[in-house]
Every structure is written in C-alpha cells, then in structure tokens.
Write a protein of this length. Structure first.
Length: 139
C-alpha cells in the first residue's frame, strides 16, 4: 500500500502511517531547535519536487501528527506540529505552505501553521489573523 492511499483513508492510522507520523514528529522536534533561517533553508530543500498539498491531505497529515504526539497538541506545540505536518505531507510527495508569523491583534504572539489551497489547515483562527513573516510554499 502506498503512502498516498494511506492519506486518502479517514479514521484509524495504520502501522505504516503511525511510524511515518512519529518519524515526522521526531524530525520536527529536531528542526525546531534550529534558528528560523536554517529551518527555512532546510524546508526549501525538502519541498523540491513535491506537488502542492490539497487541504484535505494536509488536514489528514495534521490529524496523524496530533494522534501520535501530545506535545504537538499543546498550544505551545505549534512549531513542531506545523513542521511535522509539512514533513508528513512531503513523505507522500506533497508540500503545504509552511508559515510563521505574529498575530495582528493584541496580545501579540508568534504562531506556526500550514496552509493548503490558500487557507490555514484546521487552525482555530480566521485567515489573516496572523501576519506571515516566513513562508515555504510548494516549489
């Protein structure tokens, strides 16, 4: 079974998908230790050759990440969550737009998220709530 077909199935994660999600989370935690310019440079290399991720596929990748990592569910887990979501999409040959930026309204806070088809994927804020400072769109 290919990773693409695993992305298309809703519901429980199979063993391969769970291992892929855990690997993406592990790599995301390592990447999150780096300065922003290094993260952007690494993601720019990783996105090469990937097709743009659709909103549904990116949402399923985010759900898989959340199902294997309590740290990514936490409100402070936005950086590893967004990185892991992008990495898991990449493992299936796709790439969402990875974004980081501050909120436009007080209290000002930084956030990291992914977008697909021009919209934030499963985030509890409306489009445009955060200003994009760093983006890594599909190549």
């Amino acid at each position: 079974m290919s990773m693409q077909s695993a992305l298309d199935r809703p519901g429980r994660l199979g063993m391969r998908r769970r291992i892929a999600a855990r690997s993406a989370v592990w790599l995301a935690h390592l990447l999150a230790l780096l300065p922003p310019h290094r993260i952007r440079a690494i993601l720019a290399v990783l996105r090469r050759g990937a097709a743009p991720a659709g909103h549904d596929a990116a949402s399923r990748a985010r759900d898989a990440v959340l199902s294997v990592s309590l740290a990514c569910v936490n409100t402070q887990g936005c950086l590893p969550r967004s990185l892991a979501t992008a990495l898991l999409c990449r493992m299936s040959g796709m790439w969402p737009t990875w974004c980081v930026g501050p909120s436009r309204f007080p209290p000002i806070r930084l956030h990291a998220w992914v977008e697909a088809e021009g919209h934030a994927v499963d985030e509890p804020f409306p489009d445009g709530y955060f200003t994009k400072l760093i983006t890594v769109p599909p190549g």
